[in-house]
Design a protein around this ligand. Structure first.
Ligand code: HEM
Length: 179
């Protein structure tokens, strides 16, 4: 997992829970990296899982809720750097359809070792899009937060329904309906 995810995570923890929480997390997790991340580095995915799980324990906020909040924060603070991607798509659906074949492909050029999810988009109608998320990292709640964040960017209201195609969360269908 790219360091940019970790630096984003710690910015969020610091902003919402204070620096003591950052310290507490680093102290209580068993991190190969010792909690030292640079945005271009690559770290074991299990570290983010440990950190989010511990944060959930300390704050009593469920992991999926934390991932969703994290995605929104990440969207606002980091993805906006890639404003051109947003500008080149006309609405939420067009943007989401472009993640797999365009955006994450560009990401891979910048970070060849990025571990990205697979997205498959099916346009059911003008107002309906099915987006199938597949990833061994099981971060569909993170994807859900990014979808909400994308809709907010385009000032659209999108209803999101989630259907687990694999019980462990490695394959999830998002049924998106424009309101
Ligand atoms: C400008 C737009 C975007 C950029 C630049 C971007 C970039 C990235 C980067 C750098 C990572 C980390 C890869 C790693 O740690 O190795 C990532 C992961 C991820 N991205 Fe994107 N992304 C964008 C849009 C989106 C959107 C809109 C979604 C959701 C629909 C999404 C879903 C995810 C998920 C769920 C992950 C976590 C890894 C996984 O589940 O396997 N991304 N993305």
């Amino acid at each position: 997992m790219k360091g940019v995810v970790f630096t984003g995570f710690f910015e969020l923890v610091e902003e919402k829970f204070g620096y003591e929480m950052v310290d507490r997390l680093i102290e209580s997790c068993n991190l190969e990296s010792d909690g030292i991340y640079t945005s271009i580095g690559t770290y074991n995915h299990s570290e983010i899982v440990q950190l989010v799980t511990k944060l959930s324990e300390f704050t009593e906020i469920p992991v999926p809720d934390l991932l969703q909040v994290f995605a929104k924060f990440f969207g606002n603070n980091h993805l906006r750097k890639y404003e051109t991607f947003y500008k080149s798509a006309k609405d939420t659906f067009a943007f989401l359809e472009s993640i797999h074949d365009h955006i994450h492909v560009e990401v891979k050029k910048i970070y060849p070792d990025a571990e990205l999810p697979h997205f498959e988009a099916h346009r059911i109608s003008d107002k309906k899009l099915d987006l199938i998320y597949t990833s061994s990292r099981k971060m569909s709640s993170f994807a859900e937060g990014l979808i909400e964040d994308t809709a907010a960017y385009y000032q659209e209201t999108i209803d999101i329904k989630k259907e687990f195609l694999e019980a462990d969360g490695s394959k999830v269908k998002f049924i998106l309906t424009q309101q």
